[in-house]
Design a protein around this ligand. Structure first.
Ligand code: ASP
Ligand code: MG
Length: 446
């Protein structure tokens, strides 16, 4: 068994749905379970409609109605009744919001759930019409059970047993389940969502819980690339990465799966394949366990950069060797809910990086009581993700590249996770650094 997940842009209209059916047909032998997002930008449209009802008291579902009605008309699908029932329910919900002028997180989840509930019904009807044995399921019918943390719900442990209990008999019966991503229900039977982009997690959860062979996440890019293609023209897909590397890449700005979505598969070792639905023949990127991935790749997997970073230099004004200094520094940042990205320390000083978005006035005031503080904006983090067993070689080559183009490195840190070497340069020089590193670690193929 495999799990195949298609995001909103992969199922944006009738022609994209036809295309998805062709992809799925290639895999029927491997007994797929499909997980779908809402069609196109439906989730955003639903949230917009909710806000309009809340703020202006208007009920407006034209956008959502048009896309879904046109799709069923275009594909001549016999689901008019089901779709109309859902759209009516949506209208009534919006009228309620317009009337009481209240949109709680709980109602928001109910509101966005219409996107995925519509998409699976339409997709399953289409697959049936071309003689595939498809059946639509709301995820709670196949074991998605969560807490009540609306808009950011976490799946409960019980889901690990409930999901295979429901899915496996379907697979044995040669059914092609088409399941709503993103959604679950809580103890009270209320609809919840797993956070924006959550259908990746729905797919990896089914795959891990059912011990599937693999989960395929179909996107509109050729998998994970060696660098941002807007910076490096020669960027190419990475064929294999480990779960840890993929998580680092996601944190440092690459367009991959959210680290949360990888968790279930990381636990069970289920490989995650990122494929391009617009370029089926491209091999994509396989995310898997370290041993399997390590054998197959060069020391560096990818180079990323994160822009608009602030560097804070903090030098203790107290005695050398005083304990508790770092604790004080970090507790001040924690007090103001500021998340720190990179840290480098010496006996009396600490340098750290933050998003530029934070207002540091108060933090600076407090820090100044124990240290001299310098805040430098306009920096970037360049990260090299790869096999840090070879860190000396990687660092040597990286510094040499920076030296050659005359860019000073301002701070260095090697994550304990051993897959990430990061350094700080001026934001204006970051693109040049990424290009130089890419040229060194991924020389042009001819
Ligand atoms: N439709 C939801 C969203 O747009 C979930 C997803 O696409 O993964 O966030
Ligand atoms: Mg979406």
């Amino acid at each position: 068994m495999i799990v195949m997940k298609f995001g909103g842009s992969s199922i944006a209209d009738a022609s994209r749905l036809r295309h998805v059916a062709n992809i799925v047909k290639n895999y029927v032998q491997r007994k797929p379970v499909l997980v779908l997002s809402a069609m196109g930008d439906t989730t955003d449209h639903l949230l917009d409609a909710g806000n309009l009802a809340l703020k202006e008291g208007k009920v407006e579902i034209k956008n959502v109605e048009k896309l879904h009605q046109e799709t069923i008309k275009n594909l001549k699908l016999p689901v008019q009744k089901e779709v109309t029932v859902l759209l009516d329910e949506l209208s009534r919900l919006l009228s309620g919001i317009a009337l009481i002028r209240e949109l709680t997180p709980r109602t928001k989840d109910y509101l966005v759930s219409f996107g995925e509930r519509l998409s699976v019904r339409i997709a399953a009807a289409y697959f049936k019409s071309i003689r595939m044995n498809a059946r639509a399921f709301d995820s709670w019918e196949v074991g998605f059970f969560s807490d009540s943390n609306y808009t950011q719900a976490e799946l409960k442990k019980e889901s690990w047993d409930l999901i295979p209990e429901k899915i496996q008999p379907l697979i044995k019966g040669n059914v092609l389940p088409v399941v709503t991503g993103f959604l679950a229900k809580d103890e009270k039977g209320t609809i919840t969502t797993l956070g924006r982009g959550g259908s990746d997690l729905s797919a990896t959860m089914i795959a891990a819980a059912c011990k599937a062979e693999e989960v395929q996440v179909w996107k509109d890019v050729d998998g994970i690339l060696t660098a941002d293609p807007r910076i490096v023209k020669d960027a190419r897909p990475v064929q294999f990465v480990t779960y840890d590397e993929a998580a680092e890449l996601a944190y440092f700005g690459a367009q991959v799966l959210h680290p949360r979505a990888m968790m279930p598969c990381m636990k069970t070792g289920t490989p995650v394949l990122v494929k391009n639905s617009y370029n089926i023949d491209a091999p994509g990127t396989k995310i898997e366990h370290a041993q399997a991935a390590a054998k197959k790749s060069p020391p560096v997997r990818a180079i990323t950069s994160k822009h608009k970073v602030t560097l804070v230099d903090i030098v203790s004004t107290r005695m050398l060797g005083q304990y508790g200094f770092l604790e004080k520094v970090f507790s001040i940042f924690a007090k103001y809910n500021i998340s720190i990205d990179m840290v480098a320390t010496s006996e009396v000083s600490v340098s750290l990086t933050l998003d530029t978005a934070y207002d540091l006035t108060d933090v600076k005031k407090e820090l100044s009581k124990i240290a001299s503080v310098e805040v430098k904006v306009g920096k970037a983090i360049v990260s090299i993700i790869g096999n840090v067993k070879r860190s000396s070689e990687i660092l040597g080559r990286a510094f040499r590249s920076c030296q050659l183009i005359g860019v000073p490195v301002q701070m260095v840190s090697q994550g304990a996770s051993k897959v990430n070497i990061s350094f700080i340069v001026n934001d204006t020089e970051a693109a040049e650094v990424v290009k130089a590193l890419h040229m060194d670690f991924f020389p042009a193929e001819d």
